[in-house]
Design a protein around this ligand. Structure first.
Ligand SMILES: N[C@@H](CCC(=O)N[C@@H](CS)C(=O)NCC(=O)O)C(=O)O
Length: 106
């Protein structure tokens, strides 16, 4: 066993590769939604990516495993979709700038 049972292990594991633009897309969204995640950088060599293969059935990254929902997912477009529908507002209003104008202090 590896040592990973720290107190608050983030529920999302993000398999990624340095400099991967698809992974960057996912990173941006995870950050935007302020989600706690743990990055696992995979080997550049495709054949050395058994860990992702085992988890998700593919050797491409990005892949996320979300223990909150039990979802394991590959393909950046699917992941972006999933994160938006699960953690975003589901609309574009969230990223539209100021968001709510609660108040009306006229
Ligand atoms: N369609 C995939 C493409 C992902 C992709 O090509 N990732 C690269 C790293 S940037 C990779 O894992 N390449 C290895 C391969 O294609 O087998 C996505 O959008 O997630």
């Amino acid at each position: 066993m590896t040592e990973r049972a720290t107190d608050g292990d983030p529920p999302i594991t993000f398999y990624r590769l340095q400099g991967c633009p698809y992974c960057e897309r996912v990173t941006r969204l995870l950050e935007e939604y302020d989600l706690a995640y743990r990055s696992r950088f995979v080997e550049p060599m495709h054949s050395d990516r058994n860990v992702v293969k085992r988890v998700a059935g593919v050797r491409t990254v990005p892949v996320i495993v979300d223990e909150n929902t039990g979802v394991t997912m590959a393909e950046s477009a699917n992941i972006v979709d999933y994160l938006e529908s699960t953690y975003g507002s589901g609309t574009e209003a969230e990223s539209a700038g100021t968001g709510a104008t609660a108040g009306g202090d006229a």
